[in-house]
Design a protein around this ligand. Structure first.
Ligand code: SF4
Length: 277
């Protein structure tokens, strides 16, 4: 065994011993195992780049939108009942756009700012409607108490972050947590299904409440899609994760050339930075 291989094995061991899989690391593993190795074992970093917007980091836009929506639900930002009753959509829009202004970085493309504003305006309409329904129906008294929190299950070594959970005044948990998506196409992909199942498992472990569904809210189109959580699906997700750990321990990191176009670490791909051409 060469010295280099020994060093890598030590690194893999370190990852196996100490690391916990997050949603993004799982996605990267499913996308291309070599990409996972470069990012999470060799700690290489780079921006996702592809297509016409070659210079633009899409993950940055997603992070800003998530930050804005997270802060929107904080008590100091959320509009008052009086304001919501009088002029819901406009008041919500005002808050969202001022938060966007706070987080937007000077020099980012103007077109992306328009993109972000469009998403937030659509969200304002949805949120105003939710508020109206809640006002008119005393049974709908769930409020977004948890904005974003980490769940950790040490047995299967996973973490998940939830964008919104709804909990009522009696601490009852609405069994449909929500995740915001800024994807262009509103569809539930395989990796999103896995995300829903992992998150459901962790919610159940922590709050003793198994979600019945997981909601994906696609902000560009204001479309909401529900994914049903079943025991069979949960078991499948557990076996996928267990298998991932086995492959990591065996250092089985083959390339997947289908993902090279946008790969953030392609320049580190063992001297084959142009393997995607
Ligand atoms: S360049 Fe291609 S093969 Fe290499 S890590 Fe990236 S996606 Fe995988």
């Amino acid at each position: 065994m060469s010295g280099e291989k020994m060093a890598l094995s030590d690194k893999v061991k370190e990852v196996v011993d100490t690391r916990i899989l997050s949603q993004s690391s799982i996605n990267r593993f499913l996308e291309c195992r070599r990409m996972f190795k470069l990012t999470y074992i060799e700690n290489k970093q780079g921006k996702a780049e592809a297509g016409l917007d070659y210079q633009f980091d899409y993950s940055w836009l997603g992070k800003v939108i998530h930050k804005v929506l997270e802060e929107f639900y904080l008590p100091q930002n959320f509009p008052s009942e009086k304001d919501l009753d009088a002029d819901g959509t406009n008041k919500i829009e005002l808050v969202l756009l001022s938060l966007l202004d706070k987080h937007w970085e000077f020099g980012q493309p103007e077109l992306k700012l328009i993109d972000a504003k469009t998403m937030l305006k659509l969200f304002a309409q949805r949120e105003a409607q939710r508020w109206k329904e809640q006002r008119n129906d005393p049974d709908i008294n769930f409020v977004p108490q948890y904005r974003e929190f980490e769940l950790l299950d040490e047995n299967i070594r996973l973490t998940a972050i939830i964008d919104v959970m709804w909990i009522d005044k009696n601490n009852n948990v609405n069994p449909v947590p929500r995740d915001y998506k800024t994807n262009k196409r509103p569809e539930i992909t395989q990796s999103m299904k896995l995300q829903a199942l992992i998150t459901a498992m962790l919610i159940n472990n922590k709050l003793n409440e198994m979600p019945t569904h997981f909601e994906f809210l696609f902000l560009r189109t204001n479309k909401s899609l529900l994914y049903e959580i079943t025991t069979e699906r949960i078991n499948k997700a557990i076996s996928i994760i267990e298998n991932m750990w086995k492959e990591i321990e065996n250092e089985n990191f083959p390339k997947n050339l289908k993902s090279c176009y946008w790969c953030p670490v392609k320049n580190y791909c063992e001297g084959e930075s142009r393997c995607w051409i």
